[in-house]
Design a protein around this ligand. Structure first.
Ligand SMILES: C[S@@+](CC[C@H](N)C(=O)[O-])C[C@H]1O[C@@H](n2cnc3c(N)ncnc32)[C@H](O)[C@@H]1O
Length: 196
């Protein structure tokens, strides 16, 4: 599968463009704005679905949950507030990470969670006991080898709406609010396959 460019650069003329009727080119200031090229657009998971995802994974106080593409942080914040877990949210969009930090503060769980602007494909998830996803089918498929390689045996993976393709069938599925939730656990066989 062809990988998408990680970042897209917009080059635009700055305030000096007011002088563009003049031949004095040096007056034109050029600024470069870098915006992240997202693999998945932002669509939040409804709170009822968040609760069910966390119940399905039996998230508790000993868990470390990573939400890859965390949006406004609702899954990480709920895991900390309602289940006592620690958590990390990763998102390429700094605006989302700002919202997530604010939401964690408001929920009183800022000491249990952290949020980072980063690419999920460049994130080490080995510290996670639970990984949550709401991405897209092709993004899940690209992520699978990383999960098999980095997660410990017994770690749980829960995905809202999308499965992992034929190479990793889910162990359980549930429906809530017309949405499907998929559940997997990491087995020794996955670790072996990741090494091969
Ligand atoms: C469908 S939203 C899910 C948000 C949240 N997990 C939830 O369920 O409410 C997907 C999120 O992934 C983020 N995203 C897209 N591509 C990414 C990438 N390569 N690395 C990290 N985050 C990414 C988007 O900015 C967006 O916030």
């Amino acid at each position: 599968m062809t990988s998408l460019p990680r970042r897209q650069t917009l080059t635009r003329l700055g305030a000096g463009a007011a002088g563009l009727l003049l031949p004095a080119a040096p007056l034109l200031a050029q600024t470069t704005v870098t915006t992240p090229s997202l693999d998945v657009p932002y669509v939040p998971t409804p709170q009822e679905v968040v609760e069910r995802m966390l119940q399905m994974a039996k998230v508790g106080k000993n868990d470390v949950l990573f939400d890859l593409g965390c949006g406004d942080g609702r899954i990480v914040v709920t895991a900390a507030k309602s289940h006592g877990a620690r958590g990390t949210g990763i998102d390429l969009d700094s605006e989302r990470i700002g919202e997530a930090r604010k939401n964690a503060q408001q929920a009183g769980v800022a000491d249990k969670v952290s949020f980072k602007v980063a690419d999920l494909f460049e994130t080490d998830v080995s510290a996670a006991s639970v990984v949550t996803l709401y991405l897209l089918p092709n993004v899940n498929t690209r992520l699978r080898p990383q999960l098999w390689k980095q997660l410990k045996v017994g770690s749980r993976v829960v995905s809202h709406a999308f499965d992992m393709g034929p190479e990793w069938p889910p162990e359980k599925t549930e429906s809530v609010e017309g949405r499907t939730i998929y559940y997997w656990t990491i087995k020794q066989a996955h670790k072996k396959a990741a090494k091969a």
